[in-house]
Write a protein that binds this ligand. Structure first.
Ligand SMILES: [Zn+2]
Length: 305
């Protein structure tokens, strides 16, 4: 009874840092078969994967763990010393809280897991960032880049996030405290701006009934189809949103184009807030899933005994 559960997620593949289109992970998911992942596109902020041999339940698990469980650093406490700007203290604090910060998961602990046990935190679970800005004679904009962090590796991901404007003779002075947290507690700790999966489309063109009228090509909002010589070819299947506009545009009987989907193949699109690298987000999510399954196994063992 225990054996299938033990094999639920078994990492069998090797991880390669190569950015080319190749298999980067391979898993055995019990009952689903061999999972195969290819990188379609990857850069510093986003990753686009083609995942075969799985199901929607697993894809949604991965998505939800990324959204709610992968920790990042964010400011969750602001002490306003002076604020004569037109924005109220709460408004300024809210804007600061949503500022993504570069996250160092290898150095910092989640506050609840830190050995200090302190409500205020220590050097291993808290980073302090100070902001002091004065306008002088001119109106100025206060940006995220004006914060001085006590750890240079934990800073806003961009220096150009506007916090507030200061009219002449106005000033803002505050101290902010950043901690690791999870998206399930507040959206400011979510590591991603976009995290979606989609069924891989299957487009079939019946060459016998197709008369190359090209209506399907013109109507497609994603430009998935193209005409090459005397046939309609699929140019970029991953971009198809299954909208069926091409099927509706075809006037032939029976329809010369059919659009369905493969319920064992998915495209996965992740766009990071830049707090963490996209690949690190995926790795952390899989680690968390593994921990959760091991925890479940331990509890099952307890029940059996
Ligand atoms: Zn601590």
């Amino acid at each position: 009874m225990m054996e299938p559960a033990e094999k639920a997620v078994e990492e069998a593949g090797e991880y390669r840092s190569n950015r080319e289109r190749k298999t980067v992970f391979s898993f055995e998911i019990n009952g689903v078969g061999s999972m195969n992942i290819k990188t379609l596109k990857e850069d510093d902020t986003s990753i686009h994967l083609l995942i075969k041999g799985t199901n929607a339940a697993f894809m949604n698990t991965l998505r939800r763990i990324i959204l709610t469980e992968v920790p990042t650093m964010a400011i969750d406490e602001v002490v306003v010393i002076e604020n004569s700007s037109v924005l109220r203290d709460e408004f300024v604090a809210h804007r600061i809280g949503l500022m993504p910060l570069k996250t160092d998961l290898d150095t910092y602990n989640l506050p609840e897991a830190c050995n200090c046990g302190s409500e205020f935190g220590c050097n291993l679970c808290r980073v302090s960032l100070a902001l002091e800005s004065e306008s002088g004679d001119h109106t100025i904009t206060v940006y995220s880049g004006d914060f001085k962090s006590d750890n240079p590796s934990v800073v806003p991901v961009s220096n150009r996030i506007p916090i507030t404007k200061l009219a002449p003779e106005q000033k803002v002075k505050l101290e902010a405290y950043a901690r690791l947290g999870k998206g399930k507690d507040h959206a400011r700790w979510q590591p991603v701006a976009v995290c979606t999966y989609r069924y891989l489309p299957i487009i079939k063109i019946n060459e016998k009934s197709c008369d190359l009228c090209e209506k399907c090509i013109k109507v497609c909002p994603r430009k998935v189809l193209r005409k090459t010589g005397d046939e309609i070819v699929i140019h970029n299947i991953e971009d198809c949103s299954l909208c069926q506009d091409c099927v509706d545009a075809c006037e032939k009987t029976p329809n010369a184009i059919e659009v369905t989907w493969d319920d064992e193949s998915y495209t996965f699109n992740l766009e990071s807030t830049e707090a963490l690298k996209p690949r690190r987000i995926l790795q952390e999510a899989l680690k968390i899933l593994d921990e959760k399954l091991n925890n479940l196994l331990d509890q099952l063992k307890g029940i059996q005994e």
